[in-house]
Design a protein around this ligand. Structure first.
Ligand code: ADP
Ligand code: MG
Ligand code: ZN
Length: 436
């Protein structure tokens, strides 16, 4: 396999693969006898899984991606590495388009990667080019990036992605690879069905992270909420130089929680869209540099924040779905050290969020003037989050199952596995509270 590693170094300048999954996926794709499904978190290096095989194949790899902006980004990156890549899209000046089409019509085209949006793919003007390539056997792979766009259950459903199934009929014998970030099991199933993947080889980053310890606390059962939170933080940080994130739903609770914690002696800063941009940047920088150990934020915080020593992530309010919860709580423990993920669950909070989701759905339906199957998605996703909090069962197992992974060996890394009786007692106390 030296040629694969050689190509990784010469074309991309990387000494090694990012992960075992990335390496295994590349090797399977290079082998080329089966469809492949790649499921890894954002930033894990999914693009390389088709870019590298594209360079080792004799023909052209057709890459489907949902947005022209994403495509342009990738094409520029590839060109800066001297890799012949381009995209055909509606914004392309006619002259450039002519040059590309001429290359594609010649006997052995220079191009290795051709990026198109699904809209372009199904447009009449592109059809002759595509069937020309296909009939001459010049398509090496069909790579469908952001493949969750085929699913009604995904959050970026794109009807044009559904036409990709037909395309596979046209490109018979061309292996297909579907790539997506960690997705719920039903989205994975939709992808395989819609793209007609035939018993695909699957390469996924395991969902289970054994260093994360999950637990749920019923907020309404706690007499002194801030004191409880404070005790938790002191334990989670344990005198280390680590830090933590507390997610709240409203700006007001960000302010309040940060204020109360600071009074109790833990330095905490709020972060939300209501702050002046400069204050927000300050809060983020102070936290990044370790000057302030705790940031109390709305979910707008954390996109692209990659800090290794996050020792805890608290949800003071419920996340809007189990998928979001997994992503948000997963910002803990990137360094692999033990870290705590806690939800302060509240029935009142739950009812409020459910009400907001219903209102939002009703508003879109009113605007549209009709109901759609898709309208149920937000509520179903939220109910999965609620069930996660209210269940008697392993939290890790529930998360893994939700994403279609096998049952993990939790080994005491959640409240239920460590002390099932305590979890039951808490549930019973909460039930008594709600019926009195
Ligand atoms: P994803 O699509 O999974 O979100 P990308 O394909 O955009 O991730 O890759 C994220 C970054 O990781 C890119 O800058 C890419 O160059 C880099 N990368 C990919 N594979 C490797 C590797 N083996 N070694 C180092 N960096 C890599
Ligand atoms: Mg990507
Ligand atoms: Zn468990």
């Amino acid at each position: 396999m030296t040629s694969i590693h050689g190509a990784l170094k010469t074309h991309f300048g990387f000494d090694r693969f990012r992960s075992q999954q990335q390496e295994d996926a590349v090797k399977a794709i290079v082998k080329g006898d089966q469809d492949v499904f790649v499921c890894m978190p954002t930033g894990a290096g999914k693009s390389l899984c088709y870019q590298l095989p594209a360079l080792l194949a004799s023909g052209i790899t057709l890459v489907i991606s949902p947005l022209i902006a994403l495509i342009q980004d990738q094409v520029e990156q590839l060109r800066s590495r001297n890799i012949p890549a381009c995209s055909i899209n509606s914004k392309l000046p006619p002259r450039e388009r002519g040059l590309i089409l001429a290359d594609l019509q010649c006997e052995s085209p220079r191009l290795k990667l051709l990026y198109v949006t699904p809209e372009m793919l199904s447009s009449a003007s592109f059809q002759p080019c595509l069937s020309g390539l296909s009939s001459r056997g010049l398509v090496s792979y069909l790579a469908v990036d952001e493949a969750h766009c085929v699913s009604q259950w995904g959050h970026d459903f794109r009807p044009d992605y559904l036409k990709l199934g037909e395309l596979r009929g046209l490109l018979s014998g061309v292996p297909c690879l579907a790539l997506t970030a960690t997705a719920p099991a039903r989205v994975r199933e939709d992808i395989c069905r819609a793209l007609r993947l035939r018993s695909p080889l699957s390469f996924s980053t395991p969902v289970f992270r054994s260093n994360l310890h999950y637990d749920i606390i019923y907020r309404e059962l706690v007499p002194d909420q801030y004191g409880h939170l404070h005790t938790f933080i002191v334990k989670a940080l344990g005198g280390s130089s680590g830090c933590g994130i507390i997610y709240c739903r409203t700006r007001h609770s960000c302010e309040e929680v940060a204020h109360q914690l600071t009074l109790l002696g833990v330095l905490a800063k709020p972060y939300h869209a209501g702050l002046k941009a400069a204050d927000r940047t300050d809060a983020q920088n102070d936290w990044m540099q370790g000057k302030v150990p705790v940031i109390v934020a709305t979910i707008s915080f954390g996109m692209g924040v990659d800090k290794a020593n996050v020792r805890f992530v608290v949800h003071w309010n419920l996340a809007k779905s189990l998928a979001s919860y997994y992503q948000e709580s997963g910002r803990a423990g990137r360094d692999g050290l033990p870290s705590l993920c806690r939800v302060y669950y509240s029935v009142q909070d739950q009812n409020q969020i459910r009400f907001l989701i219903q209102k939002e759905v009703a508003r879109t339906q009113e605007k549209r003037g009709s109901e759609k199957e898709h309208d149920k998605v937000a509520m179903v996703d939220f109910e999965a989050m609620v069930a996660f909090c209210e269940q008697e069962g392993c939290r890790h197992a529930t998360i893994s199952k939700y994403f279609g992974d096998q049952k993990p060996n939790c080994a005491g890394a959640c409240d239920f596995c460590r002390d099932p009786k305590a979890v039951r007692a808490q549930l019973e106390a909460a039930n008594r509270l709600s019926t009195t």
